[in-house]
Write a protein of this length. Structure first.
Length: 429
């Protein structure tokens, strides 16, 4: 891939262009646009499309900067951005490397996704955890890539991207895959991009198909900048995936603004494991009852995920388990060895991982028990509890992995999670 194709469709600052390896000769032939423009008395950011509040986002020199997309590097009103032309990929024969078999229900959903792509529309795929959402995307990706469409698969969560990357690469071995997220380093982007949603802020009207996985996850669901990034980077169809759609997504569907595909059945046909709720006033101190449950799950399963509501609880729990001769590792969003520790669990090098909600979705471990400590914590909404429970029972050889919610009080979020899981299991029948 040449250097022009590697940055095609992107809007980059001079430092980003240098970071991407673009030469001065290419820049001399590239159009520039103001990073921040004044339109009808308001300052508009060219990268994220937001209105810049000049009262709070002004440097001592008087220069205005955009704080909404500053995570990608600061841009200001005294800067210009390089606007690289859109790429063109000719239709070509494509041999998909994946040779699995979809169920009839999965085939029906895959056909609906393809129809949405062909019309350039939007669709929500609401499927239970473990329904095989990634595999249902393969026929869609095959058709889009063969047609020369540029495709982006994005998610708010880095862990989801790291989980998807080897599976997408294996299914489409003949298509170079770019994987980009904060800290991933410079990487040429061709026809197929797998990235965190923030990375789309660098693209304008580039992708004929954008797939947003875990669309209800933080920070996407709470950040209008990321929603604008998806719209701005799109020039075609948009597909949204989740097992726990937000009220706003369902409302759009009811108003006829968003088509919906629904799949309440896991690919192996077994029901979702129903969490056992243990009300224990001493759960925060890891009572004897809690220790017994943890030990029992660890003996029963090859892997165990223990979720806690706060980073500060990771290390104390790890030390408490060590006193029981249980070796555990910890992960949270800012953990520098997060990727390596998750991989160690996957490979069986460690069999207990204590996590914040960072691993509540998008990761798959066979024969994995789940324990949620302080399941009644305010941080744990119904959707989070459903997603955490959904890490269990994903392998057809172990469809009934145990799930425990340990709490001091049985609250509305826990009741809602149990109700939602039961409803899904009834609908699959």
């Amino acid at each position: 891939m040449d250097e022009v194709a590697a940055v095609a469709g992107q809007l980059l600052s001079s430092s980003e262009a240098e970071w991407a390896g673009v030469t001065a000769d290419i820049l001399a032939q590239t159009q520039q646009v103001p990073a921040i423009s004044k339109v009808n008395g308001k300052y508009i950011c060219a990268r994220c499309g937001g209105v810049v509040p000049t009262s709070s986002q002004r440097l001592p020199s008087g220069v205005v900067y955009c704080g909404a997309c500053i995570a990608l590097g600061r841009i200001s009103s005294d800067m210009m951005l390089w606007q690289f032309p859109q790429p063109h990929y000719a239709p070509a024969a494509l041999q998909m490397s994946w040779h699995g078999q979809l169920t009839p229900q999965q085939v029906s959903v895959a056909d609906e996704l393809i129809a949405t792509y062909q019309t350039g529309g939007e669709r929500l795929l609401w499927a239970v955890t473990g329904a095989g959402k990634t595999e249902m995307l393969f026929p869609l990706l095959e058709q889009a890539l063969a047609a020369g469409t540029r495709v982006a698969i994005v998610s708010p969560r880095i862990d989801v991207i790291l989980e998807l990357a080897p599976r997408i690469a294996a299914a489409f071995a003949d298509v170079p895959l770019a994987v980009r997220y904060g800290g991933s380093g410079p990487q040429a982007v061709g026809q197929l991009l797998l990235a965190t949603v923030h990375q789309l802020l660098r693209f304008k009207k580039t992708f004929g198909l954008i797939i947003v996985d875990e669309v209800d996850a933080f920070p996407y669901a709470a950040d209008p900048v990321l929603e604008r990034a998806v719209r701005s980077a799109s020039c075609g169809a948009r597909i949204f995936l989740t097992a726990t759609p937000s009220a706003s997504l369902l409302a759009r569907s009811k108003r006829g603004q968003l088509a919906i595909s629904y799949l309440p059945r896991r690919f192996h046909g077994f029901p979702l494991p129903l969490p056992q709720v243990i009300v224990d006033a001493s759960v925060t101190k890891l009572s004897a009852r809690a220790r017994g449950i943890i030990s029992r799950v660890i003996r029963q399963c090859a892997r165990t995920l223990i979720f806690v509501p706060a980073v500060e609880q990771l290390r104390p729990l790890q030390l408490a388990l060590a006193k029981l001769n249980i070796t555990a590792e910890t992960v949270y969003s800012a953990e520098p060895l997060r990727k390596e520790r998750v991989q160690r669990l996957r490979q069986g090098e460690v069999n207990v991982l204590i996590s914040t909600t960072i691993l509540e979705r998008g990761v798959t471990f066979p024969n994995c028990g789940v324990i949620v400590l302080q399941a009644d914590a305010p941080l744990f909404a119904t959707s989070a509890l459903v997603q955490m429970a959904g890490r269990a029972g994903r392998a057809k050889e172990h469809p009934a992995d145990p799930v425990y919610f340990l709490c001091r009080n049985y609250n509305l979020a826990i009741a809602g999670a149990l109700r939602q899981i039961k409803q899904m299991n009834r609908r699959r029948a």
